[in-house]
Design a binder for this molecule. Structure first.
Ligand code: PGA
Length: 253
């Protein structure tokens, strides 16, 4: 059975002290009322090691939001996959639309990052999704397929088992405009089909596909009720314990 996952993406929010406090509060809330899904928080690099000391890793997984496309050396300001791993993190988000749009991350660069993350025993949360104009032109399936092909199609099936996919329609991120559960289900089923075609049906069945984009406690249950939606990648609503827990609890009856 593929995993149900709710992952938070803190983006560029919270000072170190605020981030540690948030992690502590979340840990207390989830220790008192255990989740029935996997929970992951992805934080800025500088928070990782401190947050790692505050959470029960059997309840909350830890991840970074990015890593370098190079192994090590003279790349001022970059953080390698090995460095991320050394903080205690087990996950890394790669291919987020904000990285693609604002920092010029191409499919080829992302392929390097994915390879390095996996080589360093990190699980990858790989984001894909179309912009509004692409959806309006009916090109969303084509765009998402290209994103998968460009960065993941040279992986082995075994490597792909350490990749979680996150479908995040760019028009829904931080806009308050959520995809309908039907739109999410259609795309997730399409993505699973693309994975099945390339890696086989058994691998596709085991691949968790998360939805991201204005997911909140009020719409999470409906989104997660769809057969191909295996959880969420949560931005804004991951910054408050009550909201994030509300989404985690959407997996409960
Ligand atoms: P949002 O962000 O939940 O604030 O829309 C989701 C994401 O970008 O991962």
């Amino acid at each position: 059975m593929r995993k149900k996952i709710v992952a938070g993406n803190w983006k560029m929010n919270k000072t170190l002290q605020e981030g540690v406090a948030l992690a502590k509060d979340l840990n207390a809330a989830l220790t008192a009322d255990k989740p029935v899904c996997d929970v992951v928080i992805c934080t800025p690099f500088i928070h990782l090691s401190s947050v790692n000391n505050e959470i029960d890793k059997s309840i909350i997984g830890l991840g970074a939001e990015n890593c370098a496309d190079k192994v090590s050396g003279a790349y001022t300001g970059e953080v390698s996959a090995a460095m991320v791993k050394s903080t205690g993190a087990d996950y890394v988000i790669l291919g987020h639309s904000e990285r693609r749009a604002y920092y010029g991350e191409t499919a080829a660069i992302l392929k390097e990052k994915v390879n390095l993350a996996l080589a360093n025993d990190l699980k990858v949360i790989f984001c894909i999704g179309e912009v509004l104009e692409e959806r309006e032109a009916g090109k969303q399936n084509e765009v998402v397929k290209e994103q998968l092909e460009g960065s993941l199609f040279e992986l082995s099936a075994e490597q792909l088992s350490n990749v979680v996919l996150a479908y995040e329609p760019v028009w829904a991120i931080g806009t308050g405009k959520t995809a309908t559960s039907e739109q999410a289900e259609d795309m997730h089923a399409f993505i699973r089909g693309v994975i099945a075609e390339k890696f086989g049906a058994a691998v596709a069945e085991e691949t968790s596909i998360l939805y991201g984009g204005s997911c909140k406690p009020s719409n999470a249950k409906e989104l997660f009720s769809k057969p191909n939606v295996d959880g969420g990648l949560i931005g804004g609503a991951a910054l408050e314990v009550a909201d994030f827990k509300g989404i985690i609890d959407a997996w409960k009856n």
